[in-house]
Design a protein around this ligand. Sequence first.
Ligand code: GLA
Length: 742
Amino acid sequence: MKKLFLVALMALMGLQLDAQNVTVSKGLLKQGDDLNWAKPEMDDTSWSEVDITKRWDEQGFPQNTKAYGWYRIHVTIPKSVFQGADQQNALILNMPKADDVDECYLNGKLIGSTGRMPTNAAGYFPASNDVRNYVVNIKEDCVRLDAENVIAVRVYNRGGSGGLYNNPLTITCPKAAEGLSMRLSDTNVGQYHYDIEVNNAYSTATNGTLDVTIIDRETGAKVKSLSKKLSLKRNKPVRVTVPYNMDKMCQLTATYTDAKTGKVLSESKQLKYVLTPAAPATPRFNGAPVFGVRPGSPVIYRFPVSGEKPMKFTCNDLPAGLQLTESGVLSGKIGKPAVLTFTVVAENAKGKASQEFTLKVGADMIGQTPPMGWNSWNCWGLTVTQEKVMASTQALIDKGLAEYGYSYINIDDGWEAPERNPDGTLDANQKFPSMKGLVDWLHERGLKFGIYSAPGATTCGGYLGSLGYEKEDAEVWNKWGVDYLKYDWCSYENVRAQENDYGFASCIRPYLLMQKFLRQQPRDIFYSLGPLGGTQVYLWGLYCDGNSWRTAQDINDTWHSIYDVGFRQQLGKSQYSSIGHWNDPDMLVVGKVGYGLGENTKGLRETRLTPDEQYTHITLWTLVSSNMLIGCDIAQMDDFTLNLLCNNEVNAIDQDLLGKQADRALKEGDIEVWSRPLADGAIAVGIFNVGETDRQVDMKKLIPSEKPAKNVRDLWRQKDLSESELNCTIPLHGCRYLKVWF
Ligand code: GLA
């Protein structure tokens, strides 16, 4: 009778009991924040009863931006949750999701948290969509079996809807199979290999078999297979290392079959593969044979030449006013407009190479080819420091990227001091002990320096912008030696709102103002315009003297973003791009990125793009004459990424002297063909499979020309293709990159 009554009462409270689970959908809520509310004994009788599967604003509570709220869930955890369980030591509390972050206390003890509260030293980090499974060891004092427990959840909501939502709280006892997990991680130091780690999180020991196969994706042949018996003690992960070579396009599949429970864990990964052939040991010029400068501005140019070191540069017909160091750094000034052509020779122990080079001196000559270099945003976000910038720059030199023309080192948002000086100038913050020192160091090496600001009062990252101080900022940047400005939009929207002026002129005005002061400086500053809301910068970027302008919103390292920013948003834009005035679909997302938000100690993770998607990314970006700004930490760059970025024939398309951006020539279902004419009369063609299955194609039929092709070259493989090789399979999200002569 008593038991029946208890069950009826629990049902009324939204609490159900079955053999092994406890499920609760109701709790008490109070908005506000007080850590004492975690204590089980505190009096919560005045709190409001709510449904924990629905956000607080759906239940009459205000949305409240930057607000805290606490939930208290009273629940009896019966010993019967352990009936028939494989192990008796742990309970899993599967909590509702929290919008945005939470901390969960069981009878006053913190048992788990997801995301980071704003008070966390590492900074706020949202985790609204994460599943919250908190595991408690029942030997902990805080677990009360067959008695009432108070689960208190502190929730922080950054804005919009907030509170607990999605699912009820369930308390279960883990089954042995649920404690099994498998993790695959790609390790790219030395010999490439996958580490496959199988773990058993629970106390019952188990055993099973791990089967691994590597299949050649082109031929279907089995390249490797292995089978290992694993014995898994509690929380002693067993690691199996599987080395692989990057010379083939392969797929690795790992399957663990547990002998005790029959549970099967399986995962499959595309292996990284290198298509770019090794560069010769003899010197090879890899850059476009042209550079533009305004009359009287300092020339800063480093000849991008690969080959064995040491290498020596000479020039017998160097025009007066210019100097060339033995290590290939060109400097000097030319006072008047001119087109100067001279021959530079690079020599090493293995041989000699030369390039006829043109320096174009004129008022509108900068940005002859899209800028190539590095930007701090996609890796470090607002956590950028001078040390991190130096590390990537040193690696850009040491790993040979400078030999392929990567020469701009650009600091994005996050360098600005919190306040302006009394004279209105803005210093760098303490993360940059010496901006001038950093820039001098770059210039000595023939590298160029970029900075970031915005026309509004604040930047997109909330730092100080240039509004009202455009002249002061341009002058300080000149003193530092800035060569590139990324001028973002963001809070300028507030100025337009205040003035209630949303016309065409209101877009151009702030950009023109900064342009005026940049032009007054005795040096060239490449002017890169940021994206802005729904307005189309590409329509008017030219009128602001922009050297490039963003043609899409911010990129991220997912296929969805590459597809949207690349294939959708660059479509039809070729007409807006010309020499010195380039469309910019945003920075590259290959290598280790993270935007300064990552949870791990170094804040970076491997790009989420598959190797095929990374080939597609670089192919499309070079086709559309994009600024080629590397977005990863170069110090941590692996050989795969290096090969992706240092294919001289691929980069030559981006840097082609005709300067004609590609556009889509053909779409047949999921196959898209993008092509552009080149200065030597050939065309570049990218054939992409944007669908979700591999596709067989006859590339001959897809080359967008009436004329029959005389020669078809595969740019990634740097190899001329035979007729039969034009029939091929393009994997999902993959591509082929061709140069075709007629
Ligand atoms: C905007 C830009 C990004 C980056 C950030 C910095 O979002 O589009 O590329 O510069 O601002 O806050």
